[in-house]
Each structure stands twice: as C-alpha cells, then as structure tokens.
Ligand binder design. Structure first.
Ligand SMILES: *Cc1c(COP(=O)(O)O)cnc(C)c1O
Length: 428
C-alpha cells in the first residue's frame, strides 16, 4: 500500500489484501497457533530471521500483522508491534531501550495507570521513572541524566485538557540522543501524528478510540524508523550483538526496522504480551471508521464544552478547544482537526454534587474507560483517584468537585439534555 493515499482510504485499506488462499475481502481471523513449514530449510530460514514469515502466534499472526501495518501506516511509521493491552505496549516500548539502573523521564500528567506502572512496577525490573512537568523545559532537561534512555509523554493528557508541546520535548530528547516516546491514545493518528513533531516512537492503547466501541483491550508500539540506535552507544540491545538472539546485531541487520524486529523476535518471544487475532479483528474493523468517529467526537466535545462553560452550575471546563484554555494555541498547532473529546469540568456544589450528577445521568455511562462510541463519565475522586490525598487529587486534575467525560458520537443535543437534567438534580 503506497503512502500517497489519504487517511480515509488508508484506514480502510492499509495492511489488508484479499486473502491469498480464499480471496476473502475482509481480513480473516487466522485463529491458529502455528504454521506449517514448507520444509526444514524454510523453517531454519524463518528462525534465523533470514526470511519473514509465520512460525507461532506468540510472535506473529496474519490478522495481527494486518493491524500492525495499518496502524504503522496511519502514524507514518515503518513498523508496529501489537500487544495485549496499552500497558503491555508501554513495557514493550521501553524494553529494548532499558536495563537495570536506567531511567525514563516521564510527564507528571499521564494516565493514572501509567503513573502507577512507572512509579512502582517497573522498579522490579531495576528501571525507574522521573516525573516532571513537561511545561517546565528546564526541569525536563535537568531530569535527563546519563542513565536516561527515553522521554515519555501523552499528546493530549488524560484526564484534564493538557496538550504537550511535542516539538519542544523532542528537541530535548534529540540533544540527549534518546527517543521521545508519545502515548497517542487520546489523540489518535487522525488528530495528531507525533512523528511529524519529532517523536521517535508512539504507543497506543488500541482499547480506546482505535477500536472505538469498548469491546477489546489491546496496545501497539509504532516505530518511526528515524532513530539512530548506534550513534550514542546507549542502546546496546539494538546496536551490539544481542545474546538473547545468538549475537544478532539488530540495527546493522535490519536498519530502520531494527526496533520493530527486536520487539517481535525478543519482546514478544520472551515477554509474551501478544495480541490475539480476535482482538486484532475487532480493532481492524474499528479503525475503518476512525476519521468519521473522531470528527463526530471532537464536534460533540466542542459543542458540549461550550454549553457547559456557559452554564451557571459549572465553575470551569478544561477542554483545550475552548478560548479559555491555556492550551488552546498548542491544541491548534498539534491537533488542528480538533482537541480530542476528553475533558473535565467542575460542578458547583463539590463532591456531593458530582456524585449526584453521575448517578442522575441516563445516557452517559459511569465507567472507568474512554474512547468509546458511547459517552462516558467518571468522578475520579470517588473512584480511580480515591486512594490519593485531596492535594494529590488536585495535582492530578481529579479534584473532588471535578468530573471527567469522554464524549461519544451520539446526538450532541441529547447529551446536552441529559447533562442538563442531571445537573438540575445534582445542584438542587
Ligand atoms: C487506557 C490507557 C492506557 C492503558 O491502556 P490499556 O489498554 O487499558 O492497558 C494507557 N494510556 C492511556 C492514555 C490510556 O487512556
């Protein structure tokens, strides 16, 4: 598939060809664990990575491969590795870069689950994370030390309307000869393509907008193919003989595809965080309508954010598409088609009013998820951020008087009517 087609064409066609065995037009679900080798020589060539093909579905599977090619194409990358969840993708993204004693410099405004994964769980691998405010470029520079192997941020940060200055952070990563890894889950490649702003790697929770209907969990690591893994000597697993693959030098052997091959041949082989073909099928189907859904998501979010901001029962709204947002200009630069569909708003009446609001809504679902076709709401202070002190909740954008919404693709007027009736009950 050439990259000269437009986004709408690529989201339907990239990675998919009529099935060579049957002519099936839709990508079949290859529900198989293993693949028969043509002969012993073929098997040996596959295991030596001299020939690309299918061995065992922990490593590669044709349905998953179609999805990998589609996401890589939409992001403008050279390759991608799909994983069992977004959190698996984050570990898989860091795995080729890190070693005991190494660290990642991460934004302090990340998805809550990522903060926990990076601040606690990765310590078991001997890795660590340093959290910084990505608006304080001097602090980002100061946090990068000789052991830093990546900078990690989100395009549009969950929960509250923050847009990262990707170019400024990419420049810091470049100067330190380390990759910028961007979690592009909440923007999707339709609204923002981080590689065009200097990122080297992108990760996704495909669970969210890419699948788009709250059916399967999945993740993806996408490689721009632009990073020089050899220049700094900081990435021996990619530049030096890799003992986990009988001394293969990935960068020398695979060039721009080194990181992707490493992700499959070592990451999936040994960590086993593989996406299953059923999940890949659902996500392929979802991506076919990505641009259409995102257009509706952002139009609805803009309309609802405007309405809320002008409602006397609301204190403030954090949508970066609003003139009142400090990130309005940045959103226009990085997400010119729309500032996503995820934001928070503060209800007059505080904690009690928020709980009542959530319980009074009829169309909005009270769930811990985002990026669904359905509109979703959560009161973080009484759920996902419950264990934190009030000060920590405020820092995380999850103050007691704040609720987070993920605006769906329903009729905006129906969503506004639902918010209106629930706000009346909540603030009575
Ligand atoms: C949901 C999410 C994740 C984690 O993805 P899972 O598929 O739930 O593992 C990571 N980053 C962001 C921004 C998310 O929204």
């Amino acid at each position: 598939m050439t990259k000269t087609y437009g986004f709408d064409t690529l989201q339907v066609h990239a990675g998919a060809r009529p099935d060579p065995a049957t002519g099936a037009r839709q990508v079949p679900i290859y529900q198989t664990t293993a693949y028969v080798f043509r002969d012993a020589e073929h098997a040996a060539a596959l295991f030596n990575l001299q020939e690309v093909g299918y061995i065992y579905s922990r490593l590669t599977n044709p349905t998953v491969a179609a999805l990998q090619e589609r996401i890589a194409t939409l992001e403008g990358g050279v390759g991608a590795v799909c994983c069992s969840s977004g959190h698996a993708a984050q570990i898989m993204a860091l795995f080729p870069l890190m070693a005991p004693g190494r660290n990642v410099v991460a934004s302090n405004r990340l998805y809550g689950g990522t903060i926990t994964q990076f601040s606690q769980t990765i310590k078991r691998f001997g890795w660590s994370a340093k959290f910084v405010d990505m608006d304080d470029l001097e602090a980002v520079k100061a946090a990068v030390d000789d052991d830093t192997r990546a900078i990690f941020c989100e395009t549009i940060a969950n929960p509250g309307g923050y847009v990262t200055d990707l170019r400024a952070i990419a420049d810091i990563a470049d100067a330190a000869q380390i990759p910028l890894v961007v979690d592009n889950t909440t923007a999707t490649p339709y609204l923002c393509r981080p590689f065009e702003h200097g990122a080297s790697l992108v990760v996704h929770s495909t669970t969210k907008y890419l699948t788009g209907n709250g059916t399967v969990t999945g993740g993806c690591v996408v490689d721009s193919g632009n990073f020089d893994w050899t220049a700094s000597g900081k990435f021996p697993s990619l530049s030096e003989p890799e003992p986990a693959y009988h001394g293969l030098k990935f960068h020398e052997t695979f060039g721009a595809l080194a990181y992707t091959f490493h992700g499959i041949a070592i990451g999936l082989r040994d960590l086993g965080m593989t996406m299953n073909p059923q999940a890949a099928h659902y996500t392929l189907m979802g991506i076919e309508t990505l641009s259409l859904r995102m257009e509706r998501h952002v139009a609805n979010a803009q309309k609802i954010a405007n309405w809320l901001e002008n409602d006397p029962r609301i204190d403030f709204v954090t949508y970066p598409g609003l003139d009142s947002s400090p990130y309005k200009d940045r959103a226009a630069t990085y997400c010119p088609k729309g500032a996503g569909a995820l934001f928070t708003f503060a209800v007059k009446g505080g904690y009690g009013a928020c709980v009542k609001l959530v319980d009074s809504l009829e169309l909005f679902s009270h769930v811990a998820n985002l990026g669904d076709a359905r509109s979703l709401i959560i009161h973080s202070a009484s759920t996902t951020h419950r264990q934190l002190t009030e000060e920590q909740q405020r820092k995380a954008g999850a103050a007691p008087e704040v609720v987070r919404v993920s605006i769906g693709i329903e009729d905006a007027d129906d969503l506004i009517a639902d918010l209106d009736q629930a706000l009346t009950k909540a603030t009575a």
